[in-house]
Every structure is written in structure tokens, then in C-alpha cells.
Design a protein around this ligand. Sequence first.
Ligand SMILES: Cc1cc2nc3c(=O)[nH]c(=O)nc-3n(C[C@H](O)[C@H](O)[C@H](O)COP(=O)(O)O)c2cc1C
Length: 219
Amino acid sequence: MIDKKQIIQAFEYRHACKIFDVNKKISEEDINFILQTARLSPSSFGFEPWHFLVVQSPELRSKLKESAWGATAKLDTASHFVIGLTMKAPLMKYNSSYIHDFMLNKQQLPENVVEQKGKMYEAFQKSDFDLLDDRKLFDWAAKQCYIALGNMMTSAAMIGIDSCPIEGFNQEISNKILKEDLGIDTRLYGISYMVAFGYRVNEPRPKTRRPINEIITYK
Ligand SMILES: Cc1cc2nc3c(=O)[nH]c(=O)nc-3n(C[C@H](O)[C@H](O)[C@H](O)COP(=O)(O)O)c2cc1C
């Protein structure tokens, strides 16, 4: 078991790092560890509606600055810069071949279970969560991708690596760059967030959070 105090210390240590030390690079072992925690993240129905694009090319990072106003200093200084991609309707809709193939070959479910689970997923999209609209479906899938984001940032903090989650970008322009410069099929994937990793230059201001009794209610 891991010491609770050390875990809370990691949560205290994590902050939205604004500028990173350009002279310090994250080792391959450590970045792989962080990405592995994204891979092991849970997702609704277990469908893993994500892909992580690690952008290391200075030219591509510079291009991203045209749309990512919240990431300028991070694109210049982060050791590793990740774009969190989320699957769109052609992959995520209940009747897509991705979903069928995923249940069969990735989750290795028997045919009859694939059929049952497929029906549940269809009902979930049609009535439980009312997801039969491309934007709703994308936003629902993006929620799964944010779980991976949280896990990456926490696991990074646990090994002394800083991060910054980024939503400070124009979706339309960023998705255009995604298609034209990063070669991603934007009919299938969209950007949900960006996240920078590296090592801090400055100490953050003390953390502010509402007290626990304001945010928790037991009934
Ligand atoms: C989804 C998300 C998007 C964010 N976008 C940005 C951003 O574009 N640029 C930035 O500097 N910080 C961004 N932040 C950082 C928040 O401002 C920060 O997490 C919050 O103020 C709490 O501070 P702390 O993370 O240092 O504890 C984002 C945080 C989250 C969770």
C-alpha cells in the first residue's frame, strides 16, 4: 500500500505550471509511465474513446500557438506536450464497426455478450443519456478522456513532474491544424484538451480550495 500522506503531498505538489525549465527533459521511462496511467484509465463501457498525440516538433508547437492562447509559454518550454483526442460519432455511435470490433477483439467478449452489451449501449445512447447528436456524443466521450487527463497529472506529480491542463484554445482553428498539419482525420477525432509536462521554474502560489465541509454532503 502507498502511504496516504505521500499521496496527498503529490496532490498538493501538482499545480497548473505556467512555465517549465527548458533545460530539463522528462526521461523516456517517466513519460511512458505517465502515458501508461492514461492507458489504464477507466472509461464508460470500457470503450477507450481516446488517442494521445505527443507533439515534440518545434514547428508544430509553433503552429499550435496560432490557436492555443492558453498554452503559449507551455508550448515554448514544456518537455512534453500532449493533445488529448476524443473519438467522434463515426467511431463512438452504438452501431459503429469500431464498437463492434472493440467488444469482439479488444475486450474479447463472446458473440452473445457482444450482442447483449451492444443492445445496452444502444439503449444508453438513445434513452438513458440521450446521446444521438454528434456534439452530445463527442462531449460524452470527452468526459472519459478527462479521466485519463486527471490520472496523467496525478501520476506525474507522484514522481515529481509538473503539468498544466489546457483548454485555452480555439476549437475550430485547433481542429483545422489537427487536420492540415498533424494529419489526423478530423471526421473521426477532435481535440478535447491539451496538457503540458515538464519541470517548474517558479514555485506556485499557495493552493486555494473551498473547505471540505462546503463541498461534501452526507445524507
Ligand atoms: C480542463 C482545464 C483546463 C485548463 N486550461 C488552462 C489553460 O488553458 N491555461 C492555463 O494556464 N491553465 C489552465 N487550467 C488550469 C486551472 O486554471 C487550474 O487548474 C486552477 O486554477 C487550479 O489551480 P491549480 O491547478 O494550480 O491547483 C485548466 C485546468 C483545467 C482542469
